[in-house]
Write a protein that binds this ligand. Structure first.
Ligand SMILES: C[C@](O)(CO)[C@H](O)COP(=O)(O)OP(=O)(O)OC[C@H]1O[C@@H](n2ccc(N)nc2=O)[C@H](O)[C@@H]1O
Ligand SMILES: Nc1ncnc2c1ncn2[C@@H]1O[C@H](COP(=O)(O)OP(=O)(O)OP(=O)(O)O)[C@@H](O)[C@H]1O
Length: 284
């Protein structure tokens, strides 16, 4: 028996860094949404006690460095599962892009194995395990649009964002989240947290209030290192998108519009100099 689980990419409409904690991690507030750009994971139960991970991207590790492998291992150890599993990752989400690709694969693995091994774990129990793998895993277990806080472990679903198109533009740059956080000097950033403002806009279905307050506290660090990303964002706004911001720690820049003709035009213009460009819708 095979089981296929969809693992959607996430976007950050906001990413506020509130302060640096004693443990070195940062206290965050974020509005996140899932989009219809997704990996697909195919699970095949094995009678032997073995973990096998395969993927269509040769550069991705398939051993304990893979988030999928880590999710399987954590479940097997915690619940003493004597069976094995084979997972085939059809990766469509750009890697190290700020789109939470590894986290969503881990979350999909936890959801799927909860069913395949009939573990009957609650969302809260899955989140507890997911937290050990990465910041975005708890959110990815829940999906949809959510207000996420703490270091990613508090996930509160909110209303879906008003209907619109989202363009994801990823230049040929890979960004290390760890390096971005390490270079962040919160005191030096002059900004007001935007997540609550954007949450209110979404609750009121106010598309323009939402798109005018998109923001990401990590932009300053990533843009300083890669000025072409700031140029990309400015270009998207010049082309007539209603709002644009960086997703996660970058480098992907996301832009919003309700006008499909405009979205198509921006897509065609960006494709000339951006490695990967996608037109997406958000998922419920
Ligand atoms: C930037 C985000 O996309 C926001 O959703 C995520 O935090 C990124 O999550 P990720 O790529 O899964 O990265 P993680 O493995 O969780 O964290 C990578 C590194 O970023 C730093 N980090 C991460 C999250 C956080 N709240 N504070 C931090 O300082 C830590 O040095 C950590 O070791
Ligand atoms: N299943 C996986 N899919 C993608 N990357 C993985 C996976 N497992 C491990 N990794 C590793 O995780 C690192 C980050 O990849 P990922 O695509 O999750 O980053 P990201 O989109 O920037 O995440 P975030 O938005 O959470 O910062 C890469 O170096 C990659 O080798």
């Amino acid at each position: 028996m095979e089981w296929v689980e969809r693992a959607p990419a996430k976007i950050n409409l906001t990413l506020d860094v509130l302060y640096k904690r004693e443990d070195g991690y940062h206290e965050l507030e974020m509005i996140m949404s899932s989009v219809d750009l997704a990996d697909h994971l195919t699970f095949t139960p094995l009678m032997e006690d073995r973990i096998e991970v395969y993927t269509n991207k040769a550069f991705l590790p398939v051993d304990k460095r893979n988030h999928v492998y880590q999710a399987i291992k954590l479940l097997k150890e915690k619940y003493q599962i004597p069976m094995g599993i084979k997972v085939d990752i059809d990766k469509q989400i750009p890697v190290a892009a700020g789109l939470g690709g590894g986290s969503t694969d881990a979350a999909a693995t936890l959801r799927a194995l909860n069913r395949i091994w009939d573990l009957q774990l609650s969302i809260e129990e899955l989140i507890d395990i997911g937290m050990q793998i990465g910041t975005d895993v708890p959110y990815s277990i829940v999906g949809g649009t959510a207000f996420v806080s703490g270091s990613g472990e508090n996930v509160r679903p909110i209303k879906d964002i008003p209907p619109c198109w989202v363009i994801l533009a990823k230049p040929r740059i890979s960004v290390s989240t760890r390096t971005v956080f390490r270079s962040l000097e919160i005191e030096a950033i002059d900004y007001t947290p935007k997540s609550k403002i954007v949450e209110n806009a979404i609750e009121q279905n106010d598309y323009y209030e939402m798109t005018s307050h998109l923001s990401n506290a990590l932009e300053a660090v990533t843009f300083e290192r890669y000025p072409q990303l700031k140029q990309l964002k400015d270009r998207m706004l010049r082309y007539g998108l209603d709002g644009a911001t960086m997703s996660g720690s970058g480098p992907t820049i996301i832009g919003f519009s309700r006008n499909y003709t405009r979205v198509k035009r921006v897509y065609n213009s960006l494709r000339g100099f951006c490695e990967e460009v996608y037109i997406c819708r958000t998922l419920k």
